[in-house]
Design a protein around this ligand. Structure first.
Ligand SMILES: NC(=O)c1ccc[n+]([C@@H]2O[C@H](COP(=O)([O-])OP(=O)(O)OC[C@H]3O[C@@H](n4cnc5c(N)ncnc54)[C@H](OP(=O)(O)O)[C@@H]3O)[C@@H](O)[C@H]2O)c1
Length: 338
């Protein structure tokens, strides 16, 4: 595999997120001048490395005027910002903001990039949009689900539709990366994987449903995004290995020196989460676990995905989960979140 060429100047959206911070760190390490679009500059200063190659720009992807100044002279945009963690917030998602952030803002960014002759925008989608293919691996030509699990997945499908329309008459190259469940250092949010990690590390999770998902280190996805900016055309699944959830939880317990949660049947887990939700409603408190949370943990149980295209064309290599979890534990300690 040829060494990949890296952009001279790049804009990263969602740069304080798990994937965005991984791309930002990797690009700065490769010598790229990076403009990191962030919602809170003070928080970004705490989370991102200080580097002469890194400029923080406070803004919002739903307000294109807030990042327009970063586009002229930019060789690549890495678009990772999304209404994602917010989807599971207590009280339910803000569907208008979901649509504006995950669909409208994607089109607005592509149009703004085209106006400024930015050659490539790497978009982040999700492997969760793929319909399971019984007895086989889903690849990039496999159908997306016609019954999305939730509004977030539906928004990712709509964004990919907009990108396909844009590609027909746009001058900008728009490779699409579909990561699986991401883990690793930099998960400040934290996202669902970070929440699970911290719950086990703090000894707050006693049981976990039997099931599993494709898990992938965000740094390996970042590497795929950077390679896609150089040579990517079309869509790439970047899914890593399918792993049983109780095994991942046991590894988290192993690297953090805690007790692994006991594996229980998905049906029992859903019933227990329902009871916790009911109790929390009576006490007017957010539930410790929810049926949606359990369903989210289980949604990848029946989907198997091939990342062969990303491995061959982008040179993606997946590191072992144990290494990811050790580095994640070290990062949470550094950030005093553990
Ligand atoms: N994590 C996964 O397992 C997974 C799997 C498949 C696909 N994805 C996709 O991968 C991408 C990155 O996700 P992630 O895991 O890195 O999640 P994350 O840690 O929650 O990062 C999302 C980032 O988007 C930023 N953001 C949200 N709304 C914004 C807005 N209106 N303007 C500017 N920035 C905004 C957030 O800013 P703050 O830091 O200020 O909150 C955050 O930095 C997303 O497109 C997500 O849909 C994630």
């Amino acid at each position: 595999m040829e060494p990949i060429t890296t952009p001279r100047r790049a804009l990263v959206t969602g740069a304080t997120g798990l994937l965005g911070s991984s791309i930002t760190r990797a690009l700065a390490g490769l010598g790229t001048e990076v403009t990191a679009l962030v919602r809170d500059e003070r928080r970004a200063r705490r989370l991102l490395p200080s580097s002469g190659r890194l400029r923080l720009l406070e803004g919002d992807v739903t307000r294109p005027e807030s990042y327009a100044s970063a586009l002229p002279g930019c060789d690549a945009v890495f678009h990772t910002a999304a209404y994602f963690r917010e989807y599971d917030q207590p009280g339910g998602p803000d569907l208008a903001l979901l649509e504006r952030t995950n669909v409208w803002a994607v089109t607005a960014l592509l149009e703004a990039a085209a106006r400024e002759s930015v050659p490539v925008v790497v978009h982040t989608s999700s492997h969760g949009i793929l319909a399971p293919v019984p007895g086989a691996l889903a690849d990039e030509s496999s159908p997306v689900t016609t019954v999305p699990r939730n509004g977030y997945i539906a928004s990712k499908i709509r964004a990919e539709e907009r990108i396909r329309e844009f590609r027909r008459h746009g001058a900008v190259r728009v490779p699409v990366i579909r990561p699986a469940w991401m883990w690793g250092p930099g998960d400040a949010g934290p996202t669902s994987s970070g929440r699970l990690f911290l719950a086990i590390a703090r000894g707050a999770l006693r049981v976990v449903p039997r099931g599993g998902n494709h898990t992938v280190d965000a740094r390996d996805v970042a590497r795929a995004c950077i390679a896609a900016a150089a040579v990517g055309k079309g869509t790439y699944n970047v899914a890593g290995a399918w792993l049983p959830l109780p095994g991942v939880c046991a590894d988290i317990a192993g690297v953090t020196g805690t007790t692994a949660p006991r594996a229980i049947s998905p049906r029992v887990a859903l019933a227990a989460a329902g009871a916790l939700e009911f109790g929390a409603r009576l006490r007017r408190r957010p539930p410790v676990a929810s049926r949606d949370g359990v369903r989210a943990m289980l949604e990848g149980s029946h989907r198997r995905v091939s990342s062969a295209r990303a491995e061959q064309e982008l040179g993606v290599v997946f590191r072992p989960i144990r290494q990811t979890l050790e580095d994640e534990a070290a990062w949470y300690h550094e950030q005093e979140m553990l």
